[in-house]
Design a protein around this ligand. Structure first.
Ligand code: AMP
Ligand code: MG
Length: 416
């Protein structure tokens, strides 16, 4: 850091996750919007509601294959009615149904005028040469008819702004005739790995080198959040190299930096960020792993996350802060991971004054209860041991150790 005052500040209080969210969301404005074809909208977030342009169903619709009849005609079933027509889905009966008649009808076909109920085909039997039908049971008026506009009527909103376009939301928009939808711009998230020890993954590390895995981890996490990863050149632990790449990162909406954020002699990220005009909002968090996690903003409005270099710390920091921030940029504020209860299998250590996040595997046991199993994981530098994690066990500060059978809180990691 450049002087004693900011160094003191940097060493200042750790903030907890709830407080961090307040700070985070207070500093995020949604991005601009754009129109995209519906087929390009999967997992984007609506910036304007989708309205249906027609009543739906657009006509009184049969909900069954069977016979359109007049309920009064079958009140004393069994009765035999004259078959006076046939209506397939996609066709309309010009003819009205009069007393004593029945029309064969398919699921989804419009009811003929005059009919007020449908008898399922299973409760009927065609007689003779198909001119008459035996109706075995009576039905009340309205049976198996879905009246026009039951689901929605023309002009009604069917998807609110802020909706994430899941496959079901895409189906709904398609029904409403929305060939294009207005969504928030997809955030660009730049990735800056830092460290003199890092080599590309196609190299066999020698001496003090290790492979730069975080670049790949973060690119995959950003892609899994449906944002756009932007690769920066991995920076050395020197001020000039960092400065150049940090300034390049300011062209994106988000800049994720890993490594160099702690208090080590070669951890220059905080001071170079400061020299590049960043405003710090979070410098330290009461979480384990990930105490030296930074959140700052650049003069260009880029959200900057400084994550420790250990893969687990970078991962936890991404899931706790970066993924929710990407959601907020796309108009979904408050999309934070929420705890659910699970029965522990394995054991977790006691905690100190920091909330602990332990990568783990959650699944539904044979009895239908949620179970969370610890992994054979050797700590925050071990990417192999946490590769199977789909959840984080959350242990509050000052907690005793927990063993198999304990009821624990877990975060299920979002994979949509
Ligand atoms: P740092 O946060 O720079 O003190 O790094 C903490 C640990 O994470 C060190 O063991 C680093 O070698 C390791 N590390 C830093 N950057 C990366 C990276 N990009 N990929 C994998 N490990 C890393
Ligand atoms: Mg380092």
């Amino acid at each position: 850091m450049s002087d004693d005052v900011s160094l003191a500040e940097y060493r200042g209080a750790m903030i907890d996750v709830d407080e961090a969210y307040k700070v985070l969301f207070a500093n995020i404005k949604p991005l601009g919007t754009e129109q995209v074809p519906l087929e390009a909208a999967l997992y984007r977030t609506l910036a304007a509601p989708v309205r249906c342009d027609v009543d739906f169903p657009p006509f009184d619709k049969s909900a069954m294959d069977g016979y359109a009849i007049r309920a009064a005609d079958v009140a004393s079933a069994p009765v035999t009615l004259k078959v006076v027509g046939q209506i397939a889905a996609g066709s309309i009966s010009e003819k009205a149904l009069t007393s004593g008649g029945a029309m064969q009808i398919n699921t989804g076909a419009p009811m003929p005028p005059g009919a007020d109920a449908v008898v399922r085909v299973e409760l009927t039997k065609l007689t003779g040469s198909g001119e008459a039908v035996l109706i075995r049971e009576s039905v009340p008026p309205g049976k198996f008819i879905t009246p026009r506009a039951t689901y929605t009527s023309a002009g009604q909103t069917v998807l609110e702004a802020g909706t994430r376009m899941t496959p079901l939301a895409i189906g709904s928009a398609a029904t409403a005739g929305a060939t294009r939808v207005t969504v928030y711009r997809r955030p660009k998230a730049a990735i800056l790995a830092t460290g003199d020890e890092l080599v590309e993954i196609d190299r066999r590390p020698v001496g003090a080198q290790i492979r730069d895995s975080n670049r790949h981890l973060l690119a995959a996490l950003i892609t899994s959040a449906h944002a756009e990863p932007v690769a920066l050149t991995t920076a050395r632990d020197d001020r000039e190299s960092l400065r150049e790449q940090i300034l390049a990162g300011y062209r994106s909406d988000v800049l994720c930096i890993t490594g160099g954020v702690s208090m080590g002699a070669f951890d220059f990220v905080p001071e170079v960020l400061e020299a590049c005009g960043a405003r710090f909002h979070i410098r330290k968090m009461a979480i384990k792993p990930g105490r030296p996690t930074i959140f700052a903003t650049s003069p260009t409005g880029t959200l900057i996350f400084g994550l420790p270099g250990n893969p687990a710390s970078a991962f936890v920091g991404f899931e706790l802060l970066v993924r929710p921030a990407l959601g907020a940029l796309e108009g979904r504020p408050g999309a934070v991971p929420r705890g659910v209860r699970a029965t522990l299998r394995g054991s977790v250590q006691s905690t100190t004054n920091r909330r602990a996040y332990v990568p783990a595997r959650a699944f539904v046991g044979d009895d239908g209860e949620r179970v969370v199993e610890t992994l054979s994981w050797h700590g925050s530098g071990d990417s192999f041991g946490m590769a199977a994690a789909n959840a984080l066990i959350v242990q509050p500060p000052e907690m005793d150790a927990a063993t198999s059978g304990a009821d624990v809180s877990i975060l299920l990691l979002d994979r949509t």
